[in-house]
Design a protein around this ligand. Structure first.
Ligand code: CA
Length: 712
């Protein structure tokens, strides 16, 4: 027992008034605290507590008072880039993980830095650095230990008071290009983590639970079966193998658990939201068909042993990069007079699911967005009713939703007061085409991305093709209760409070509060840069605060990006990232973070694009560069827009960055296998793209044909 807790216990035992310092260490963050929905002082876990509702019982900031919100403090984060994370607050101390999982503890009332820990993710990844996303969605807290994870696959336990490392463990195979961008989940003295990486090489998804005190592995569960010749890890793998055909293990199979993990205290079970297939195209990975368990499912595991309990598969035979990796919210619902312990889930595929989580039985499934791959879900069999041709067997198909999903990892929230779910919804199709099915050619385990599908639209997203909104969804009636239109797509996650206020930030840089019952906008502030993270709320000394990390990022920005997002001007390093904290009647001025900068593509008048070279460059781009610099060579702001970069004027400078690794400290990987001819081809592609202006045909969602005349 440390000095502070001893002082606190003594004070409690003697009924002495608690001093501020003693009160600060009062909360033991364990299963009891994480099950307590009534306390509003702390934000103890990713979704606030075990229930993942992102609902706070605090009411000081409410539908009447919210207009008095102002800036209490801000913390500039000049070295950070994309900030997607949910901070935690324990007894007045805020913990958050920033870019490259640099983790900080700050005084939640003032923003004063208490400690900072840098896991040196780029250095640790070394030449394994390929998926150079700096994104990280959060951390876990358990009894004085903070647990973080890194892009290079480590799980690291820190002393919450000092930031000193208690243990560190590699959770992934370092020879694979898998990564962690998600958050760990703490429960019953264990911490659970999965990983991402299905797009970047043969990958077999699994989750691992470690003891928080020692860092020792407690259990591991695989999402998809391996090669049957090697034997199965457990009976669930044998069961799953019956739903696969061909030699799927050569492609890994996928199913990686990269986001949605919920601990359900009432059934002592873990609910996993599993990922898409590796590669996306089922024809390649499982040529004889099959449901391909446990891709794209909610899987319940015994929390102590990791043993399979039940599953519900949202997309049998996944082939569109749909996954069920979105958050899984626990709620008590009254459905037709029956009390149900429900799990609520709105995955990419556009259906909203209500499951009885005691047994995994499907209770409801209805479209909450535009969906054309299925007409509905048969509640008797639990299976979607697929539309003929949706699997693009007969040529190109435009499928709604596309791979970015009708709802992605941006968290939804649930208010027990309204009984509604607040979902950041998006509508964005993709063209799928496999008339010439390419077999996977992962030239080296680290080289790049291949999905075995020819894609359109889902990549370089033209302005106006996507739409999005914040919706209030009644999970019992399966009905949209209100909708607020949002710009483009990739708007941030939500939070709702007992003051009946829903908070959400968006790509326009607006952070806003809405009436939970009507959707009326009650308050907003312009934070000067695109928002990708969800807010949190907490209370210190009787005052309620709302905090938000601001740093545009995630796959929608880095991979898709496109003209739709680039026009906002959240260019690479153009605005200083921030942690903002708001409170009623706080009056600090908003900081100047930097003006919007829309890149101006460089088109040298004397450069003639060779179409053959440009085509070769495009293939290289799609394999290696697209992940950060954006589809169509249009950066969403995650990395420099290379159409506007002077680097292509100097082959030596280009080589020193791409092959020589000059920008490795910034997260730009070294591609030692790129030849001078490759670099030349890339130059022709980027120059070609610099001269293309993609716009939307007036009054339609059709992209206009490329116009080579103009430069934006
Ligand atoms: Ca995916």
């Amino acid at each position: 027992m440390n000095v502070l807790t001893r002082a606190a216990s003594l004070a409690i035992a003697l009924c002495l008034p608690l001093g501020f310092q003693a009160a600060q260490s009062a909360t033991v963050v364990d299963g009891k605290a994480l099950s307590d929905q009534a306390q509003g002082k702390n934000w103890l876990a990713y979704g606030r507590n075990f229930y993942e509702q992102r609902y706070s019982p605090l009411t000081q900031i409410n539908t009447d008072s919210v207009k008095r919100l102002g800036l209490a403090w801000n913390m500039p984060l000049p070295h950070d880039r994309s900030l997607l994370g949910t901070p935690l607050v324990v007894d007045g101390v805020m913990y958050f993980s920033g870019s490259w999982s640099v983790t900080r503890a700050v005084e939640a009332r003032t923003g004063k830095l208490l400690w900072e820990y840098d896991p040196k993710s780029i250095e640790h990844a070394g030449d394994r650095l390929r998926i150079s996303w700096d994104s990280n969605r959060g951390l876990a807290y358990w009894k004085g230990t903070v647990v973080i994870c890194t892009i290079d696959g480590r799980l690291i336990a820190l002393d919450a008071r000092t930031g000193k490392v208690r243990w560190s463990t590699q959770t992934t195979d370092p020879s694979k290009a898998v990564y962690i961008s998600g958050h760990p989940k703490a429960f019953r003295g264990l911490v659970l983590i999965g990983n991402g990486g299905t797009e970047f090489g043969a990958s077999r998804g699994y989750v691992s639970a470690y003891h928080i005190t020692s860092g020792k592995l407690a259990w591991r569960w695989y999402v998809v079966p391996g090669n049957p010749a090697d034997g199965f890890e457990d009976p669930s793998q044998e069961m799953a193998a019956k739903t696969w055909t061909g030699e799927w293990w050569k492609f890994g199979g996928g199913g990686n658990v990269w986001n949605g993990i919920t601990y359900d205290p009432e059934f002592n079970q873990i609910l996993l939201g599993t990922g898409n297939g590796s590669p996306w195209n089922r024809k390649v990975r499982s040529p004889g068909g099959g449901d391909n368990l446990f891709l794209c499912s909610i899987v319940a595991l015994d929390a102590d042993t990791g043993k399979y309990k039940w599953h519900y598969q949202t997309v049998p035979g996944e082939t569109w990069d749909y996954n069920s990796s979105m958050d899984i919210v626990l709620a008590d619902l009254d459905i037709e007079g029956k009390k149900v312990k429900a799990a609520l889930h709105a995955p990419k595929n556009g259906f909203f699911y209500v499951l009885d989580r005691s047994n995994g039985k499907l209770l409801k499934a209805d479209k909450f967005a535009k969906v054309n791959w299925a007409t509905g879900v048969d509640l008797k069999t639990g299976r979607p009713i697929e539309v003929q041709g949706a699997r693009y067997e007969d040529g190109e198909e435009v499928i709604w939703p596309g791979p970015l999903g009708a709802h992605n990892w941006h968290a939804m929230s649930y208010s027990p007061r309204t009984g509604w779910v607040y979902i950041p919804k998006q509508e964005l199709p993709a063209k799928f085409n496999d008339t010439e099915v390419r077999m996977i050619d992962w030239r080296s385990p680290y080289f790049g991305m291949d999905t075995a599908v020819d894609m359109g639209l889902g990549g370089d997203v033209p302005t106006g093709i996507a739409s999005s909104s914040l919706i209030a969804w009644d999970p019992i009636q399966q009905k949209q209760m209100w909708e607020v239109a949002q710009p483009e797509f990739w708007n941030a996650g939500t939070m709702v409070t007992a003051g009946d206020v829903v908070f959400q930030g968006g790509i326009s840089g607006e952070f806003a509060a809405y009436h939970a019952k009507t959707g009326e906008k009650l308050w907003s502030v312009n934070v000067g840069s695109g928002i990708s993270a969800p807010p949190i709320t907490y209370e210190i000394d009787g005052r309620q605060y709302v905090s938000l990390l601001v740093g545009f990022g995630g796959a929608g920005v880095s991979l898709a990006g496109g003209t739709a997002l680039s026009r906002y001007g959240w260019s690479y390093r153009a605005q200083v990232r921030q942690l903002y904290t708001f409170a009623l009647d706080a009056r600090n001025p908003m900081p100047k973070v930097g003006d919007p900068v829309v890149p101006k593509p460089i088109v040298p008048p004397d450069f003639r694009v060779n179409p053959e070279l440009a085509a070769k460059g495009e293939a290289l781009w799609k394999n290696a560069c697209v992940i950060c610099h954006g589809a169509g060579a249009v950066s969403g702001g995650y990395a420099p827009d290379l159409r506007a970069s002077p680097i292509f004027a100097s082959p030596d400078a280009l080589k020193s960055v791409v092959v020589g690794g000059l920008k490795v400290p910034n997260g730009m990987p070294r591609y030692t296998d790129m030849t001078d001819a490759d670099l030349n081809a890339l130059q022709h592609y980027v120059r070609q793209q610099a001269a293309v202006v993609t716009t939307t045909k007036p009054g339609t969602s059709e992209p206009a044909p490329p116009d080579r005349a103009g430069v934006r």
